[in-house]
Ligand binder design. Structure first.
Ligand SMILES: Cc1ncc(COP(=O)(O)O)c(C=O)c1O
Length: 389
């Protein structure tokens, strides 16, 4: 079956954060939203069918995990990522940011140090700060058009930290860390007694030509010190379903985390979460392959458009996912002027690069998880605005 990613779906008026949240943040609603990380494609029909079947019972009662929830995850991880896990390593979590917060509450105390590598998905440090843990920033190094881990700096910064929150693959920038890079992270963290929370929410969106390495698979040390978070949410465009899960190999980490989650019933999913996840993983491979081809096409389109028509704006080419970090530094604008250029000039709603922390100055994050016609319109609006600078 061929899926149609060109279909234009009206999302305004559906309480979508990406579409209906524009007014709240920008004070106007005439901007084309290319920010929040969900896609403007239909959630796959086999996921919607599974949810509808579940609803057809006519009773919104308490619901246990469907029989295929754990087997579907196990088979998917083995088949797509070469990771053989055991059923009891798994724990349902109601979203990955929430799971990180639960893990911080479970494994750290107020005042403990938590390391993040900016520019990085902002809740990594915002949630940590709000929970009164101290954030240690160990910035990535932007070299040859890609982010790299500065291992000397990491080794220096990680001393005295209890936890490192790893973004694997990384957002923004879309770096797919190599097994060797991840092994070095594991080696350093293991030596300094630092636990790694590996956020792998974008793993299934690893683009053709790259391979995702689950952090826990790269070495015995990595398996020993980590708690991994994954979900079908990004890849299958179902983040509103909150159907994520954690995987812990180390029995001590597993026992402590599961006990914490069970104590507050935080690991009880709602009645649609389990069937949605199982359906995505059981029936989703062909859809995902077609999606990845389409996203790759959107990235190619953006790259060519910028090169030919807006050469003063560059981009970090993502190796995973649909989020492009636009490098606007050559425009020579202060960040406030850059924000005005995108909102008032181009009438586009993008994420301000500085929200991701140090290294984000001069950057804007563009979400290309949309029909190509919409992307073309957005880039044309940007071209017109830049031509008026
Ligand atoms: C790296 C990363 N982690 C977590 C999330 C959000 O996950 P959730 O909605 O499950 O909390 C996002 C969303 O953009 C993300 O990019």
């Amino acid at each position: 079956m061929t899926y149609d990613f060109d279909e234009l779906i009206l999302r305004r008026g559906t309480d979508s954060v990406k579409w209906d949240g524009v007014k709240e943040l920008w004070g106007r609603d005439d901007l084309l939203p290319m920010w929040v990380a969900d896609m403007d494609f239909r959630t796959p029909p086999f996921v919607m069918d599974a949810l509808q079947r579940q609803l057809s019972s006519g009773i919104l009662g308490y619901t246990r995990p469907c029989d295929d929830w754990a087997p579907a995850i196990k088979d998917w991880l083995l088949h797509r990522h070469g990771w053989q896990i055991e059923t009891d390593w798994l724990c349902f979590v109601p979203g990955i940011v929430r799971a990180q917060a639960f893990a911080l509450l479970c494994f750290t105390r107020p005042g403990d140090r938590v390391l993040v590598m900016p520019p990085v998905y902002h809740p990594f440090f915002l949630v940590t700060q709000k929970l009164k843990r101290e954030v240690v920033f160990s910035p990535l190094d932007l070299r040859d058009g890609y982010y790299h881990i500065d291992f000397d700096r990491l080794e220096h910064d990680v001393e005295g930290c209890r936890v490192l929150i790893l973004c694997n693959p990384h957002n923004p920038g879309g770096r797919v860390w190599t097994a060797d890079e991840l092994r070095r992270v594991a080696d350093i963290c293991h030596r300094y007694g630092v636990m790694v929370l590996s956020d792998e929410i974008h793993a299934d969106l690893t683009l053709p030509g790259y391979s995702h390495h689950p952090f826990a698979t790269v070495s015995p040390e990595a398996a020993d010190i980590s708690l991994t978070f994954m979900a079908p949410s990004k890849a299958f465009n179902m983040p509103g379903l909150a159907s994520s899960y954690a995987v812990a190999v180390n029995p001590d980490i597993r026992h402590r985390f599961h006990e914490f989650m069970e104590a507050g019933e935080f690991s009880e999913g709602h009645m649609l979460a389990y069937v949605g996840c199982a359906a995505a993983y059981r029936q989703g491979e062909e859809w995902l392959l077609q999606l990845l081809t389409y996203i790759q096409g959107n990235i190619d389109f953006t790259e060519a458009f910028l090169r030919e028509r807006i050469p003063s704006i560059g981009m970090i080419r993502p190796q995973a996912s649909y989020l492009i970090f636009l490098d606007c530094r050559r425009l020579g604008l202060a960040q406030s002027e850059l924000l005005r250029l995108f909102a008032d000039g181009a009438r586009l709603a993008l994420n301000d690069g500085t929200m991701f922390g140090q290294g984000g100055e001069g950057f804007m994050r563009l979400n290309v998880g949309c029909p190509r016609a919409v992307l073309k319109q957005a880039l044309e609006q940007l071209e017109a605005a830049v031509s008026h600078i």
